[in-house]
Design a protein around this ligand. Structure first.
Ligand SMILES: CC(=O)SCCNC(=O)CCNC(=O)[C@H](O)C(C)(C)COP(=O)(O)OP(=O)(O)OC[C@H]1O[C@@H](n2cnc3c(N)ncnc32)[C@H](O)[C@@H]1OP(=O)(O)O
Length: 419
């Protein structure tokens, strides 16, 4: 691959003959080394949507960049499942970085979405400093946790709660567990913004092996009326020695009632020959902290989770619920999707309703960037906090408080899987 002159590249949809080179760019960009899996296996195993994948090609027609999107369905505030473009696979060959290849792909992807795709895009970012410039904002938060298993006793209340669960725990293979997991997940899907609908491929991505990790262990709680929860986890064996050093890495704990939730956590915290429990994405705040006597042994760090991009202001605000009525004029800046820029009259008639959004020339009550609308979209990043950071500017007294109350949502958004 030769190094081209700056800007001598083109962004276009992936073609079949690009796939090999495109995957090599991805593998090298993420530092995964030499790719051994075949193109067909990778495209099938990771559910890459070829028709939603862009490539950047240089003057020699070599692929030097990739950007793709999953067709996700995500729970919005209020409980409705909405289509969301799950942006991922944004990579640029190390030989072609810092000359605008990613910027060209991000602009093209957003232009395509604005021309008739999803009203909202979302992504997990590898680096925090990259996506704000394209109008993404931090819309949800997560806690990676690390629990010292030698100090993970439950409070008396939590012990009683776990003991009261009528469910019995069954260890199952991912395949056998899948019908139960699907039933539980589909049952709780609408409860929390940020939750993703899962098809068989997505379950496989979460629970299957590959990329050096074993398939997940799955424990399913089944009560008199059927399954009430599950935990998926992987055990990493410790070093041989007198003191246990193994780690249980929890993928997810999901339960339909507090007793099953406590029961599953007790199970995980009591696994033998291990010293530490870790989980990459726990909700903020985390109910687990309230089950433990010494919650300080649950070391938690606040981290960003999903970045959200409002691609179409009118459609996006019409497809989520608001926690309070509101009647405001927003002045929105958007440097990438011009159709969003300008003044919008947003009216929510009642708590729990969606917004009617219309163009207006009226004097604005608030000014904000489309990235701030994205940050607030799942209800977990309060607009009053963005106002304190100087990002949202109030022109009418009380407008920030009113908007913040309307846009916020409980329970707080959470997405368990990093896609
Ligand atoms: C949703 C996802 O897929 S997350 C995965 C993101 N991909 C990776 O982390 C793989 C490894 N990294 C890469 O492949 C590349 O470095 C990329 C994709 C992050 C950036 O690609 P590039 O083509 O170099 O970006 P580009 O030249 O368009 O730069 C755009 C801007 O982002 C900035 N930028 C680029 N990379 C970074 C970074 N890692 N950290 C902070 N800023 C960055 C550039 O300085 C530039 O700023 P400017 O607009 O103010 O000039």
């Amino acid at each position: 691959m030769t190094t081209p002159a700056p800007s001598s590249f083109d962004v276009r949809p992936l073609e079949r003959e690009d796939r090999d080179q495109a995957l090599d760019v991805v593998w090298r960009a993420f530092g995964w080394g030499y790719r051994q899996d075949s193109v067909d296996d990778v495209f099938a195993g990771r559910s890459i949507e070829a028709d939603r994948t862009l490539v950047a090609v240089d003057a020699s027609s070599d692929v030097v960049g990739t950007a793709s999107a999953y067709s996700l369905r995500m729970t919005m505030p209020g409980g409705d499942l909405q289509p969301v473009a799950g942006v991922w696979m944004v990579t640029v060959a190390p030989t072609h970085r810092r000359r605008g290849v990613m910027t060209a792909m991000m602009r093209r992807q957003l232009a395509d979405l604005a021309a008739g795709g999803e009203a909202v895009a979302a992504l997990w970012a590898t680096e925090a400093g990259v996506y704000g410039r394209y109008g993404y904002g931090i819309a949800s938060w997560r806690q990676p946790i690390e629990v010292d298993l030698s100090r993970a006793a439950f409070t008396p209340h939590a012990r009683d709660l776990a003991a009261r669960s009528p469910a019995r725990l069954h260890l199952m293979s991912p395949d056998d567990a899948l019908p139960h997991l699907t039933a539980i997940h589909d049952g709780i899907l609408g409860a929390r913004p940020g939750t993703l609908a899962r098809d068989a491929d997505r379950w496989q991505f979460l629970l299957g092996g590959g990329d050096g990790r074993p398939p997940a262990e799955v424990v399913v709680a089944i009560g008199p009326d059927g399954p009430t929860g599950y935990a998926a986890y992987r055990v990493r064996e410790g070093k041989p020695g007198l003191v246990p050093t193994g780690v249980v890495a929890v993928q997810e704990v999901s339960a339909t009632d507090p007793a099953t939730h406590a029961q599953l956590w007790r199970y995980l915290l009591d696994l033998d020959l291990l010293s530490t429990l870790v989980c990459e994405s726990r909700p903020v705040p985390d109910p687990l902290a309230h089950l433990l006597v010494d919650h300080r042994r649950m070391h938690a760090r606040l981290d960003e989770a999903l970045w959200v991009r409002v691609v179409d202001v009118e459609r996006a605000l019409g497809a989520r619920a608001f926690a309070a009525p509101v009647d405001l004029v927003l002045d929105v800046t958007d440097d990438v999707v011009p159709a969003n820029a300008g003044r919008w009259h947003v009216v929510v008639a009642e708590a729990g309703g969606t917004a009617v959004v219309r163009r207006t020339d009226a004097r604005p009550d608030l000014s904000l960037d489309v990235g701030d609308l994205g940050a607030a979209h799942l209800g977990a990043t309060p607009l009053h906090v963005l106002a304190l950071a100087g990002r949202v500017v109030e022109h009418t007294s009380g407008a920030v408080a009113a908007a913040s109350a309307a846009w916020s949502w409980s329970p707080t958004a959470h997405t368990a899987e990093i896609f």
